[in-house]
Design a protein. Structure first.
Length: 174
């Protein structure tokens, strides 16, 4: 697991902040492959998967190369918004969410885009047991958290901001 604060440079971050307000979002639930009532899933809104010619996509690739000298081979990324009121109305807010792994990539992670709060962050686990959190990473504007595909994790359900905006990503690299 690694954290990079100030992941995007100032110019990139300012442009991305502008773009995220003008993107189209579709209501969805996570995990998308889970079967069951939508009340039992994590409610959110997501953009389409960003394409390689998209500025936000290109900025993520450039930032990984700049900070970690990582050459991205494959990237899936988009913007996700979670609204506190919808989260509170879901069953998972009361009952919890199971940690998961992101197996279809080398690295997965998130860039926090709008909050500075321990409760809007990500919880890392040693295994799939929700009773054994190892690390809690707080959200910080322009912070990138990333980890290998075998790391158990979940978003914190203690969200306190009205809207949590993040950029999830899944990548393979050379």
């Amino acid at each position: 697991m690694e954290i990079i604060d100030n992941f995007y440079n100032a110019e990139q971050f300012n442009k991305i902040s502008y773009f995220i307000d003008n993107l189209t979002y579709t209501k969805t639930y996570q995990p998308s492959e889970a079967i069951g009532n939508t009340e039992d899933k994590y409610p959110c809104y997501e953009t389409e998967i960003l394409k390689p010619n998209n500025y936000i996509f290109q900025s993520l690739v450039e930032s990984f190369k700049s900070h970690k000298n990582i050459k991205v081979k494959m990237l899936k990324t988009y913007i996700r918004k979670t609204y506190l009121q919808e989260l509170k109305n879901s069953n998972i807010f009361k009952e919890g969410l199971n940690p998961h792994q992101d197996k279809k990539c080398d690295l997965a992670g998130v860039v926090y885009l709008n909050t500075n709060n321990i409760d809007d962050g990500t919880i890392i686990y040693e295994n799939e047991s929700i009773n054994n959190p190892s690390v809690i990473v707080g959200s910080k504007i322009n912070r990138c958290l990333f980890y290998k595909n075998n790391i158990w994790h979940q978003p914190s359900l203690k969200q306190t901001s009205d809207v949590r905006i993040i950029q999830p990503f899944f990548l393979d690299y050379d």
